[in-house]
Design a protein around this ligand. Sequence first.
Ligand SMILES: Cc1cc2nc3c(=O)[nH]c(=O)nc-3n(C[C@H](O)[C@H](O)[C@H](O)COP(=O)(O)OP(=O)(O)OC[C@H]3O[C@@H](n4cnc5c(N)ncnc54)[C@H](O)[C@@H]3O)c2cc1C
Length: 400
Amino acid sequence: MIIIDTESCTGCEKCVKVCPVDALYMEEGVAKLKEELCISCSACVTACPVDAIEPELKAQRADFSEYSGVWVFAEQHEGELKATGPQLLGKGRELADELGEKLCAVLLGHDITDLADELAAYGAEKVYVVDDKALQEYTTEAYTTALTTLISRYKPSVFIYGATHLGRDLAPSVAGHIGLGLTADCTGLSIKEIEGQKVLQQTRPAFGGNVMADIVCPNTRPQMATVRPHVMEPMEPESSKNYEIIEEKVKIDPDSITTEILEVLEADERGVLSVEEADRIVSGGRGVGNCQEDFELLRELAEELNAAVGCSRPIVEEDIMPKCHQVGQSGKTVSPDLYIVCGVSGAVQHRVGIRGAKTIIAINKNSDAPIFDMADFGVVGDLKKILPLLIEKIREKKEN
Ligand SMILES: Cc1cc2nc3c(=O)[nH]c(=O)nc-3n(C[C@H](O)[C@H](O)[C@H](O)COP(=O)(O)OP(=O)(O)OC[C@H]3O[C@@H](n4cnc5c(N)ncnc54)[C@H](O)[C@@H]3O)c2cc1C
């Protein structure tokens, strides 16, 4: 929003001309604002030759003393917690300790209250639960209503979400409804002191991963971020009786829900496991080939192992696989139990994405390929000869 000093306005209309959303108009020789259209782009502030327009820094003057608590959105599906909740609680513990605030989890769904114990085991001191039939299946509208209501009732200072498919939809919707900033897809979170105020510093790759940007939102609360799955470590779970459950009722207007769920398809029913959630990944790079057919061997191996298929960036750039399969700095961060990596050289941008993998088996014809520095097991040779043998051995083992 902006503030117009009508006394100083000379009626030159420059602001009206530059406004991209027609939020300004002239009345009795001075500029006037249609508040509902203003997007706070400040084009008019720059264009005004007499400094009669200023950005309204309402939020800067706000008192945040009522805001407290580091909240983690604990995503669940059909009564099972997704990995991001515990991972974010691990980081949330550090943030809450530095801020001297409570670590809280937020659980939405139906018949899910039992999951609060699990969240407490991963460090939550309070668990806010909204158990409602309208939240059984995810819809943007119902989940947004539940979270915006909780935020206005309890005023957390920080609220973090996993950058999962759901989190990437929900967090911007909540931010938009309350008028907050949101940093998407963070890879790091820390606390920084700015002008005597402890704020959340949110780090994320920018410009295609060429620089890391540190972002702060000192003027709004809660400070909100989505965080890439698997970049934060959960704490070792410890059973805890020492936590508080706050069960809340939220009014969800069924007419506000504009989506109808017709059918829920599980990822593996479509034959496409997500690399972020898979326990096993078979990944391929330029050494596998340069067309869809070349990747058939890799897919066959993945199918035998019930594994997801991952790839290096050139494979996405060459349109062989969609971006959601890309592993690495500008792709997904993964932490499977088993990562079989074929025909990938092991550039640092690929390796940063697989640091969380428990066992790495690399197949590469070049014994000096950097991927071997990181692999637990290495096979030097032509993958076109090795993969069929491996598939055959696995099939044999399954039959016996
Ligand atoms: C800002 C930025 C972000 C990036 N982000 C990512 C990212 O997220 N993920 C990513 O992967 N890359 C990323 N990259 C690209 C990265 O730097 C490398 O270029 C890329 O990982 C190389 O892909 P590759 O290993 O498939 O190909 P290459 O480097 O070409 O390696 C191919 C390998 O296959 C082996 N090979 C060839 N034929 C065979 C065979 N028949 N059998 C066995 N082995 C064989 C070769 O010995 C070689 O080691 C990024 C780069 C930049 C600049």
